[in-house]
Design a protein around this ligand. Structure first.
Ligand code: FES
Length: 238
């Protein structure tokens, strides 16, 4: 296959023709942060965390969807790039339930990790409207909490392209955009098979497995409808 040579941060990098800047950077072990990208599954340039500067381009470009060209010069860590990524993170966190300490994904959350790396944890966030949502616990084995969703659409892509189920999608438009099931049904009312692929690819705590405590709380709230199907781990004396 024909290779193309570009420069990234002054270093020559060769990558197959048709590669994106992100793919070329990964070949050269140059780190570019991503949130929405999932190779060959979700390449939609939605989150803008992967922006880089390209010499001659009028604005920053999303490296996960921008193809390389011969002689291209790319810069991945200029002040302009870092400032843009930081502002994107601040915007995401401004409309995010920032209760990391009580979140099941704390310590294993891509958003939390990037916030730490870019030092935006304790920064002032943007004031303004906050999306209102209620967790969907209608499915047997999982909970969707859109207060932690960053609209990356990885779950949408994996449900459709990997599992071939396609019960997750975007509802509404603009600031009101939210990820859920068609006609805003609860996940439990759809043909979701609880495969858990969406949980595995979620970069935050927006999707998680139900646990025993969730079952107990639901049973306390509505004992006629909810039957506890899981058993608590056995406690052995001695
Ligand atoms: Fe490139 Fe999200 S990783 S836009």
């Amino acid at each position: 296959m024909e290779n193309i040579t570009i420069k990234i941060n002054g270093t020559e990098v060769s990558a197959p023709k048709g590669s994106t800047i992100l793919e070329a950077a990964r070949i050269a072990h140059i780190e570019i942060p991503t949130l929405c990208f999932l190779k060959e599954i979700n390449e939609i340039g939605a989150c803008r965390m992967c922006v880089v500067e390209v010499k001659g381009a009028r604005s920053l470009v999303a490296s996960c969807v921008y193809p390389i060209n011969p002689g291209m010069e790319v810069f991945t860590n200029t002040p302009k790039v870092l400032d843009s990524r930081k502002k994107t993170l601040q915007l995401l966190l401004s409309n995010h339930e920032r209760k990391c300490l009580s979140c099941v994904r704390s310590g294993n959350c891509e958003l939390q990790t990037l916030a730490k790396e870019l030092g935006v944890e304790d920064e002032a966030y943007y004031d303004g409207a906050v999306t209102q949502s209620c967790p969907d616990d209608s499915a047997a084995h999982m909970i969707r909490d859109n207060s932690k969703c960053i609209l990356c659409r990885r779950c949408v892509a994996v449900c459709e392209k990997v599992q071939g189920i396609g019960v997750i999608g975007a509802n509404d438009r603009g600031f009101d955009t939210n990820i859920g099931s068609a006609f805003k049904m609860g996940l439990g009312e759809t043909s979701c098979v609880s495969c858990g692929q969406c949980i595995a690819v979620c970069p935050t705590g927006a999707l998680r497995e139900k646990d025993y405590i969730d079952d107990v709380l639901a049973a306390i709230a509505d004992p006629d409808k909810h039957v506890i199907v899981q058993t608590a781990p056995a406690v052995r004396a001695g």
